[in-house]
Design a protein around this ligand. Sequence first.
Ligand SMILES: Cc1cc2nc3c(=O)[nH]c(=O)nc-3n(C[C@H](O)[C@H](O)[C@H](O)COP(=O)(O)OP(=O)(O)OC[C@H]3O[C@@H](n4cnc5c(N)ncnc54)[C@H](O)[C@@H]3O)c2cc1C
Length: 466
Amino acid sequence: MPEFNKVTSEIRAKLENIVGKVNVSDHKDDLDKHAIDESPLKPHPPTLVVSPSSTEQIQGVLKLANDELIPVTPQGSRTGLSGASHPVHSGIALNLEGMNKIIEIDEDNLMAIVEPGVLISEVHEATEALGLYYPPDPGQESGSIGGNISTNAGGMRAMKYGVTRDFVNGLEVVLTSGEVIQIGGKFVKDSTGYSLIDLIIGSEGTLGVVTKAILRLIPKPKFTSLIYAPFTSTIDAVKAVREIIHKKIVPFGLEYMPQQAVLMAEKHTGKKLPDNSHPAYLLVAVEANSKEELDRELETAGEICLEMGAVDAYIADNAQRQNQIWEARKCLFDAYMAAYTLEEADICIPRSMIPDYVERADAVAEKHGVLLVPVGHAGDGNLHYFIIKKDETPEEEWDELMEAALSDLIDLSLEMGGTSSGEHGLGYTKKHYLEREVGPAQMELMKGIKATFDPKGILNPNKVWA
Ligand SMILES: Cc1cc2nc3c(=O)[nH]c(=O)nc-3n(C[C@H](O)[C@H](O)[C@H](O)COP(=O)(O)OP(=O)(O)OC[C@H]3O[C@@H](n4cnc5c(N)ncnc54)[C@H](O)[C@@H]3O)c2cc1C
């Protein structure tokens, strides 16, 4: 790790010159706001919050920071869950919220060009108004496209369509030298050279700053429906996930919620779900271009659920009912955070292993004296485990217990051929798990890549692997 310099009044004046005086702040409210993300990590305030409005300004900021050895932490909406946008070495928090224009929606090429601060909900709204679809749907709708790209965000529709990486066709990126590179474009195929776009996607702001993105769109499916299926046991529910996949049904979403999560969601939203009296629930979401195809998928998925032990298969056939169920699923992190001290494991395993994983994870909870609540993306193997502090656990013992439980959950994932982070990234809180997963040869390659992009190590230092 380099010895970084402090931001002097001369450097501040130069920054003000680049982005304008009002866009450089050391006001306590701004420093506090930009010191955190949504992870339970303690705050790391930057020295200054710098809010550029153009690629040229970002070029200027990075060149200056690189020359002066000042750390720079790119920030989107700060909804990340692994401390990736915490300015752990202070310096500059590069706030990209203001670069929030949808530049173009190109219906002839099925592409959208957006600035990094555009919210995922805004991309959905603008494209769907034209009958188009940007499938990635990470649960936090106020996350930015820059943040989604930098974490390779996944979300609710990954099972059918894939993740953010599968829908990014081009990027404009500013390097620490101040140079701008244009990677990819609106063309659909590309066999030219190394895939730099794939290095930037998921690099958590450590290689360059994304200043523009070209997103791939598809036509929006015409019909959508959702099955809400209560089960008498968790194991039956997760076995049904395996069976649905085995029978070659591909819902766009296949989410798991235990009863406790259903009750938490009802309390948090103040709205009742169709049933809350069974131990486990699956949400099976399907979409199609004809009513016949939709009905066929619904019928088959519903039958499989019933054969596998569901006591019912409620069908939410209108947008209002579907939205209410999605709202319940999407509020879970906030609901649990408000009620408990917790950390979240974001493992992803081969989907067929989910029943085994769920059974073996119980032993981790018992061993470390924590509560474990699995929720979420069962259909793509990316179950989230809330690791929850029991009331009787003393505060001073929590960090150690939580880390030990997280470590065992990750080990279990690796043992089953999975990964430590399916969609949130390693950021700051989980970076020490990378080497365990990829081994020394890949670690050396990654260090070499970082050194090539950012030789002085000023960009989001101490993240991902460092
Ligand atoms: C309730 C809740 C639900 C969530 N559900 C999901 C989910 O279903 N799926 C999922 O994948 N995630 C989920 N998340 C996590 C989070 O929303 C995503 O990680 C999201 O992609 C973060 O976007 P952001 O704009 O908030 O990025 P930030 O948190 O601000 O930053 C994340 C990382 O991206 C970097 N970065 C941001 N912008 C740029 C840029 N322009 N150039 C370079 N680097 C940049 C930052 O340095 C940091 O490393 C959830 C979070 C919450 C709170």
